[in-house]
Design a protein around this ligand. Structure first.
Ligand code: GDP
Ligand code: MN
Ligand code: MN
Ligand code: MN
Length: 249
C-alpha cells in the first residue's frame, strides 16, 4: 500500500472545484482511496464565519461564562453560540465544549477550526461530510474519505478520523471469520475509514504543509462484509452515558 500527498494544491476558496484541482495534479486509479482534509472541503463549501456576524444568545453566554470561570481564560460567547448552532447535543460544558455535530460526530467545539483559515475567524466542519464525500467520489470516480484531526478519550495526542465517506464501507466485519487457531472471531468490526484517515493525516500534517489531499493506493479491503455504522447511537454508548451523569467539579 502506498500513501502520498497530492502536490501543489493552492489555497482553497469558496466555490473551488476540489475534484478538478486534484485531477489536474494526479493520475488517479479507480481503486485509489482519496482522503481529503475537512478543512479544504469546508473552505470550498464556504463554511467560514466571522464572529462580528454572530449574536450570542442567553444559553451561549451562560456556557461561555461557565467555561471562563473553570478555565480562567476569556471565552467569546459568540464562539460558544456558533458551537451550539453546529451541535445537536452538548456532552461536556467544562473544561471544554464537547459536542455532537448535527451529522453525528462527537468532537471538541463541534470541530470548528481556527488554524489554516486565512480569510475568516472560524471554519466550520462541512454540513454533511458524507454528502461532500459522495459528490467528490462521483466526480473523481474513486472512493473518498473526508477526514478531520481529532482528540480521543483515554490517550494523549490527536489523530485523523473519518467524518464522511463514500465509495467504500466504513468498516470491515471480521465476525464469523477465523483466527490462526481456528477460533471464530466474535466482536471485531474494523473501522477502516478511520485507519485510512489516520494514515492520510500522518502524511498531511497539521501545519503549513499544504497537503490536504492524500491518495491511498493499493489498499485491499479484502473479502469481508462491510458496515457503515461509525457514530455510536447514544443508547449503545456507555462512555457518553457516563459523561451525561458526570458534573465537572
Ligand atoms: P484538518 O485536519 O481537516 O483540520 O486540516 P488541517 O488544518 O490540519 O490541515 C491539513 C493539511 O492541509 C495541512 O497540510 C495544511 O497545511 C493543509 N491545508 C489547509 N488548508 C489548505 C489549503 O487551503 N490549501 C492547501 N494546499 N493546503 C491546505
Ligand atoms: Mn479540523
Ligand atoms: Mn489536521
Ligand atoms: Mn489483535
Amino acid at each position: 500500500m502506498e500513501v502520498f500527498a497530492v502536490p501543489d494544491l493552492p489555497e482553497i476558496r469558496a466555490g473551488d472545484d476540489l475534484a478538478s484541482l486534484v485531477e489536474e495534479r494526479v493520475e488517479l486509479r479507480a481503486d485509489d482511496v482519496v482522503c481529503v482534509a475537512s478543512t479544504v472541503v469546508s473552505k470550498a463549501e464556504g463554511r467560514t464565519m466571522d464572529l462580528a456576524d454572530v449574536t450570542a444568545g442567553e444559553r451561549a453566554r451562560a456556557v461561555a461564562e461557565r467555561l471562563e470561570a473553570v478555565t480562567g481564560e476569556a471565552k467569546d460567547p459568540r464562539f460558544a453560540q456558533v458551537v451550539l448552532e453546529e451541535s445537536s447535543a452538548l456532552l461536556l460544558e467544562a473544561p471544554f465544549l464537547l459536542t455532537q455535530t448535527r451529522f453525528g460526530h462527537v468532537t471538541v467545539n463541534a470541530g470548528i477550526d481556527r488554524s489554516n483559515v486565512p480569510e475568516a475567524d472560524l471554519l466550520l466542519l462541512p454540513e454533511d461530510p458524507t454528502a461532500s464525500a459522495r459528490a467528490l467520489s462521483e466526480s473523481l470516480g474513486t472512493p473518498v474519505v473526508v477526514t478531520d484531526t481529532c482528540g480521543r478519550p483515554f490517550r494523549h495526542g490527536q489523530r485523523g478520523v473519518a467524518i464522511g465517506w463514500a465509495g467504500l464501507p466504513a468498516s470491515r466485519d471480521w465476525r464469523g471469520e477465523r483466527d490462526r487457531d481456528g477460533r471464530e472471531l466474535g466482536v471485531t468490526v474494523e473501522a477502516v475509514v478511520d485507519e485510512l484517515a489516520a494514515a492520510a493525516n500522518l502524511v498531511s500534517g497539521e501545519g503549513s504543509g499544504g497537503t490536504p489531499v492524500v491518495v491511498v493506493r493499493d489498499f485491499d479491503f479484502g473479502d469481508h462484509a462491510g458496515s457503515d455504522a461509525l457514530f455510536r447511537a447514544r443508547e449503545d454508548d456507555l462512555v457518553r452515558q457516563a459523561l451525561e451523569e458526570w458534573e465537572f467539579p
